[in-house]
Design a protein around this ligand. Structure first.
Ligand code: SF4
Ligand code: SF4
Length: 197
């Protein structure tokens, strides 16, 4: 029938309009900030650094390889490698800064990180009266525990943990195999005296 599609569309709109007064599933908005909707699992805002254990400094997974710094399109990551007193590199960031006023939430830093050290946060309330320094995050602001990662992205965090555990088990098995003492080379059988000319 001519116009059937139009009528169907109008009926759906009317159903949503009436439903929005009483059906919570059809309420498109909530009274923010008094009420807040939980962020969906695949939401992404700005990156944070994951740490394991209880120490946000020593537990950081980041080894300061600087791949994310190089690959970040707007260049909003700044890393300085930790060195000991003799200048030896320590596979740890002394400085890890991220300017979220420049970050475009592309997630490239997450995708290129070989150590699962950086992930996307779902926190979105970033307004600040300090327009010059308030959005420049330092290592202490960025470091968040693995349990936080599990809270905001449970599926992804469980997959990451399972993969890291499998990789660690594989590396340990390989190290054990290499540490096993090798069997000495077998000695050639002694020539019987009677066989000597
Ligand atoms: S999300 Fe994109 S823009 Fe933001 S820090 Fe990572 S790579 Fe850079
Ligand atoms: S977050 Fe990942 S890619 Fe970036 S410096 Fe640390 S280990 Fe390297």
């Amino acid at each position: 029938m001519f116009g059937a599609g139009l009528l169907k569309g109008l009926a759906e709109t009317a159903r949503n309009f009436v439903g929005s007064y009483h059906d919570p599933a059809r309420l498109p908005t909530v009274e923010y900030p008094e009420r807040r909707l939980a962020s969906p699992e695949n939401a992404r805002v700005f990156p944070f650094l994951v740490y394991d254990g209880a120490d946000p400094e020593r537990g950081l997974r980041c080894v300061a390889c600087k791949i994310c710094e190089k690959e970040c399109p707007p260049q909003c990551i700044y890393i300085v490698l930790e060195r000991d007193e003799r200048g030896k590199p320590q596979k740890h960031p002394r400085v890890f800064d991220l300017d979220v006023s420049v970050c475009m939430s592309c997630q490239i830093c997450v995708e290129v990180c070989p150590f699962d050290a950086i992930r996307m946060d779902t926190a979105f309330e970033w307004s600040t009266p300090d327009r010059f320094g308030g959005l420049l995050l330092h290592k202490t602001d960025l470091a968040k525990p693995n349990r936080y990662y599990h809270q905001i992205h449970p599926t992804e965090a469980a997959e990451t943990d399972a993969r890291l555990a499998a990789e660690q088990a594989k590396a340990e098995a390989k190290a054990q195999a290499q540490a096993k003492p090798k069997a000495p080379p077998s000695q050639p059988a002694a020539t019987p005296a009677s066989a000597t000319p």
